[in-house]
Design a protein around this ligand. Sequence first.
Ligand code: SF4
Length: 241
Amino acid sequence: VKVVGIIGYRNSGKTTLILNLSQELARRGWKVAILKHTRGALDVPHKDTARHMEHAHQVAAISPKGSAIFFKGKRSLEDMLGHLDADFVIIEGMKEEKIFPKVVCLKEKKGVQDLFDGLEICAATLSPLGLDLGVPVFHILDDVKKIADMIVERAFKLPNLNCGACGYERCYDLAREICKGRKEVKDCVSLNPSTEVLLGGKALAMNPFVAKIVRGAIKGMLSGLKGFKRGKIEIRIDRED
Ligand code: SF4
């Protein structure tokens, strides 16, 4: 899945841009998911869902216009992304996450530097700020197609394992280099593993060290069996019993 963040202060045009971008990407045939960060409650207090959530672990809802699952408590970004089925995920907010590129929405010069962390691929404004930001600056309403082009070309997400196998201590460091055009997503060793475990069809995140242990353990167990040969190994476990 390709991920991009849309960040900015209140009333900087984030929601408008996300709406227009999701429309443009969907028009091009991509499946789009939007993941919002909110500090408040997800549902109106004292309404049915909020009351059910007092004691239930999860609450699900089905209606002719859409379906939803509410999980109790805060979940990690990785966990939530695992539930989404999309070609592109647009994340609103989550400035502190450092593993995907960002479009920075700006309304004024104030606070610009706080929003720039080396992961910005472009900025978007409703009126010129007269600043050299070091990245392309687009108009939030008039340049939606250009911003969408940039997202299609440059969106990515690193696994957030901070394993160091790429030569950088943190995924953030490689992500910054990718955003600067000096490295590529394929430089993340964990995204190109020689050992992969799929759970429910989705890859389990494993850093190279853990992958090596899993690989060694499985090969060690199988090597004593009659007929064992070196090469690609595939194991399926379809039931828990
Ligand atoms: S190899 Fe991938 S997962 Fe490991 S630190 Fe580098 S970017 Fe992160």
